[in-house]
Design a protein around this ligand. Sequence first.
Ligand code: MG
Length: 259
Amino acid sequence: MKIARFSHDDGIHFGILDEGELVVLAGDPMFAGYETTGERVPLADAALLAPVIPRSKVVCVGKNYHEHAKEMGGEAPAEPLLFLKPNTAVVGPGDSIVRPVSLSDRTEHEGELVAVIGRIAKNVAAEDALDYVFGYTVGNDVTARDLQRRDGQWSRAKGFDTFCPLGPVIETEFDATSATIETRVDGEVRQHAPLSDMIHSVAEIIAYASAVFTLLPGDVIMTGTPAGVGELVAGDTVEVEVSGIGVLRNPVRDALPQP
Ligand code: MG
């Protein structure tokens, strides 16, 4: 099932994608289940939003693909390398990624599979961890690469507003072991990998992270990016596609000068 969050008329709704239409739900299915209102909205009339607004945190894993760890100039760490992005960085499909050009010289894309947590998770075992996943979406862990290298830790580099596009939908029945991820910039393929190339699986990451943080419904886990990260410039359109979920498409622009 593909779940979208969207605006239509003057309201924000959740819906199930069904043959080019959205079957409107009575509430947020993560909390309210799948009761429908009886209304259907053509997809073309709906403005898709980020399918989830993380209640508390965006948990990310660095260097979770060997070839990407190499291109960053090192080996992959033995354990998942966790960091956080603020939830204020989240934007939806079609929203602009805004390059913070007064503070950074280089903004890069990182296409990633994203797991959406659906139940409170603390100290869960890897073999049970997927029971805590509501579904999966697509994300772009946008990064100010120069600040990442300069700061030594990544809060600024990963945390700018608009640096966490999510969408277009949440797929609730997704097998992360048999899909592929691809990132394209203006149609040119920059990143392409099977998700099976991940070093630490979604289940292992959730188990590892939940030993540290309590994961709340609506928190998201960004599972790392494959090789091929590269620069985004104003005027680009970046697409991240995970087969079986969809295409997350965002234009890129520069921040306006501050008065
Ligand atoms: Mg990343």
